[in-house]
Design a protein around this ligand. Structure first.
Ligand SMILES: Nc1ncnc2c1ncn2[C@@H]1O[C@H](COP(=O)(O)OP(=O)(O)O)[C@@H](O)[C@H]1O
Ligand SMILES: [Mg+2]
Length: 319
């Protein structure tokens, strides 16, 4: 589900930096900032007319918005548009201010200077809350389509600690449990998931870097389907291509995989076709059924210099 975010901030510099960060959030649609409280209320009133389906899920109110003071504005938005999650952006993150914001009806407080992680967490929480309220108010209407997959990150603080082996086994086990899964090798300099699974495939995660809108087709071309049914998004063969995959690209790639999980997961083949590579257990351990569509990633911190093992019996089709 795309989260619509309405910022309300008067200062042009603060607006620029906020919108710049918002644009990096996956599955988000930042709207042009409202520059004062009246403009915000007008915009919400307009979007809230009819079914209210056009209302943004999240409103971010900067502490220096005017002419209405920020907390008063939050109170009014919370009362008039209860299905909107309001977050206060403020320099003062003291407990009294936090309590005052909550009393006014805010769903969260974001400290200045802004950090991406904090922004993502607060926006995510407010959006989930707004979606829950809308479901409730909608009287059991249609569930909004959300990302289809769960992300499981497997990271290692250094090379050789078993990160890849763990990620491979978890992904195989998830796939064998009947839940379609994909394994992304984010060890961009020396990823060796391909050699663990005895696969040769020219395309890699680096081919998706720089693509703004990763469509199902583009994703399908980059993902190799292992004989177990597991989707593989491999690390680039040449380490230097890994530099193309920056933070933003990583987030977009994982978001694209999650969003397309149901349609991009091939069925599980019969047990006889499960992998028998010496590095992979032919009978993967079971995976709790509650964990659906587990997407595993190897640690970006892993810098194992171990050479790739040759893959003489590659199963990859020629490209
Ligand atoms: N639990 C384990 N027991 C024995 N050997 C292991 C275990 N986990 C990993 N290994 C071996 O240790 C080596 C490094 O594992 P690997 O998963 O490639 O580490 P990393 O990805 O952290 O560099 C491999 O040869 C692997 O087979
Ligand atoms: Mg590794």
């Amino acid at each position: 589900m795309v989260t619509r975010i309405q910022p309300a901030v008067s200062d042009p510099d603060a607006a620029r930096s906020l919108v710049g960060l918002l644009r990096q959030l996956p599955d988000s649609e930042p709207m042009p900032p409202a520059v004062d409280s009246a403009q915000l209320l007008d915009a919400l009133a307009q979007a809230g007319g009819g079914t209210g389906a056009d209302l943004p899920e999240v409103v971010l109110v900067h502490e220096l918005i005017g002419p209405q003071p920020a907390l008063e504005l939050i109170r009014e938005v919370a009362l008039r548009f209860p299905a909107v999650g309001v977050v206060l952006i403020t320099r003062d993150t003291s407990p009294p201010l936090y309590s005052a914001a909550m009393d006014a009806g805010a769903r969260g407080v974001l400290g200045l200077p802004l950090s991406y992680d904090e922004l993502a967490a607060r926006v995510g929480a407010a959006a989930s809350w707004a979606a829950g309220v809308r479901r409730h108010l909608g009287g059991g209407g249609e569930e909004p389509a959300g990302p289809g997959g769960t992300v499981v990150a497997v990271t290692g603080a250094k090379g050789g600690v078993g990160t890849t082996l763990t990620a491979v086994q978890l992904a195989l086990a998830a796939q064998a449990s009947g839940r379609g899964s994909a394994l992304v090798d984010m060890d961009l300099q020396s990823g060796d998931v391909a050699s663990y699974l005895d696969v040769q495939f020219r395309r890699s995660v680096a081919d998706l870097a720089g693509i703004e809108d990763i469509s199902a087709r583009v994703l399908q071309d980059a993902v190799y389907t292992h004989e177990s049914g597991l989707g593989l998004l491999l690390a680039p063969g040449e380490g230097e291509r890994g530099e193309d995959v920056d933070d933003r690209a990583s987030r977009q790639i994982v978001a694209a995989l999650r969003a397309r999980a149901p349609s991009s997961t091939p069925p599980t083949p019969p047990p006889s076709r499960r992998p028998t590579s010496p590095c992979c257990s032919p009978r993967p351990t079971s995976w709790p059924s509650a964990r659906r569509n587990a997407w595993c990633a190897c640690g970006t911190g892993c810098r194992s210099a171990r050479p790739r093992r040759p893959s003489p019996s590659s199963t990859a089709p020629p490209e």
